[in-house]
Design a protein around this ligand. Structure first.
Ligand code: FAD
Length: 385
């Protein structure tokens, strides 16, 4: 089926990006995986390519694009090549919407130009060792000083993507206790400078996959955060999180669709090249049926993504619809990648084959940005259940 979601400009951007990935990422990707992170200088190259400023208003140095479609192309193309741009996905996909929606004019002037040129990288810290799915249970506190000039931040976060490289982190913290009738009350978003005294980066976590993204533990001990760095209104952070999660979840859905499509491509190529019992693996009926079934699932995921991208651009994508897209596409990718790995036989289990990396990288998509179980809860709630 012909896709109508992208126009000529998006496709030209896709070509440029594909060539960039082939030239700048694929040849060095194994080294990055071994090092456990993308080199910091690479973010400068992404900035030069203009990737950080696409959706930033022109007055702050960006291109002023409103549509999510360029981000979707980035997700599709990195997935297609079986690579990742490390923490930069969080910088743009997760952090930018908060800065655009809730920063004051003064904050935008202070923060966005450096966001665009990549000299300041952002991460977002919601999850804590004691609470992930249940964000209202967070314990990190930010107490306003007596003179009202700053907050004093104390607590710990974990699983923070980009946590090693980040220069500023949007930290979710309690500025007030939860109310008996509203556990979500009292959470605020603070933009914290990672060089501040009392701010420390703990372990860089050793993950099953996504080897090039620096995922870290963070700790805060009496970190002074100027009141000028409060994002939006005090105590309203939970509702801000709710408004931005649909875009994050759609990004994960699109990335999953791209990974599933890549898996089919890798398996099709491999099974045509591999000979067993004197014939190509692709010539077995089982292989054809498996690849055909996978292709049908990928096509369905593509249709879901395309509809959801249009809905997001139109400002109509509901939290339940985003949850539905994430649930469906991540589960499709999980099934498809597993079946395509099986068609590789033992070679599929070897890290030198891209399907192995895809298998490990994809696994987290059913966990982060909200687990599949949490997605089902959101959908069920929207059904009145
Ligand atoms: C690689 C990676 C990168 C990440 N990056 C970030 C980041 O940049 N910033 C950030 O803030 N966080 C990040 N996270 C955290 C991620 O969002 C959480 O891991 C996720 O939300 C799940 O929380 P948890 O790990 O505490 O699991 P838990 O909440 O402890 O869940 C454990 C199990 O219980 C299930 N469960 C929970 N609630 C319910 C329920 N109501 N009904 C049924 N089952 C339920 C879950 O589905 C899961 O199966 C990252 C995680 C990973 C692994």
């Amino acid at each position: 089926m012909r896709r109508t979601v992208y126009n000529e400009d998006h496709e030209a951007f896709r070509e440029t990006l594909r060539a960039f990935i082939e030239a700048e990422v694929v040849p060095v990707y194994d080294e990055w995986c071994a090092a456990g992170q993308v080199p910091r200088e690479f973010y400068g190259k992404l900035a030069e390519l203009g990737l950080f400023g696409i959706e930033v208003p022109e007055e702050y140095g960006g291109a002023g694009e409103e549509s999510f479609k360029y981000q979707a192309v980035i997700y599709e193309e990195t997935s297609r090549a079986g690579v990742s741009f490390g923490g930069s996905g969080v910088h743009v996909l997760l952090c930018l919407p908060y800065l655009k929606a809730y920063a004051t004019e003064d904050q935008k002037k202070r923060w966005l130009p450096d966001f665009v040129n990549g000299t300041t990288m952002y991460a977002i810290a919601m999850t804590e060792p004691g609470t992930g799915s249940d964000l209202a249970g967070m314990r990190t506190t930010a107490k306003l000083s007596e003179d009202g000039t700053h907050y004093v931040l104390n607590g710990a976060k974990t699983f923070i993507t980009g946590g090693v490289h980040a220069d500023r982190v949007i930290v979710c913290a309690r500025t007030d206790a939860p109310r008996p009738d509203d556990r979500r009350h009292g959470i605020s978003l603070l933009v914290v400078d990672t060089k501040a005294e009392g701010y420390s980066v703990g372990r860089k976590l050793d993950k099953l996959g996504l080897k090039v993204s620096d995922t870290a533990e963070l700790a805060f001990t009496d970190v002074k955060v100027p009141v000028e760095n409060l994002l939006g209104e005090e105590n309203k952070g939970f509702s801000y999180l709710g408004q931005n999660l649909p875009q994050e979840r759609l990004g994960i859905a699109v990335g999953s669709y791209g990974q599933a499509a890549a898996a089919v491509r890798f398996a099709q190529q491999y099974t045509q090249d591999r000979t067993v019992f004197g014939q190509s693996v692709a010539s077995f009926q089982n292989t054809k049926f498996e690849l055909a079934a996978c292709k049908a699932e990928v096509d369905a995921a593509e249709a879901v993504c395309d509809r959801a991208i249009e809905a997001l651009d139109a400002g109509e994508l509901t939290p339940a619809e985003a949850a539905s897209a994430k649930l469906f596409c991540t589960e499709v990718a999980h099934r498809v990648i597993d079946r395509c790995l099986q068609l590789h036989g033992g070679y599929g289990y070897m890290n030198e084959y891209p399907i192995a990396r895809l298998y490990a990288d994809n696994r987290v998509n059913r966990i982060y940005g909200g687990t599949s179980e949490v997605m089902k809860s959101i959908i069920a709630k929207s059904m009145g259940l």
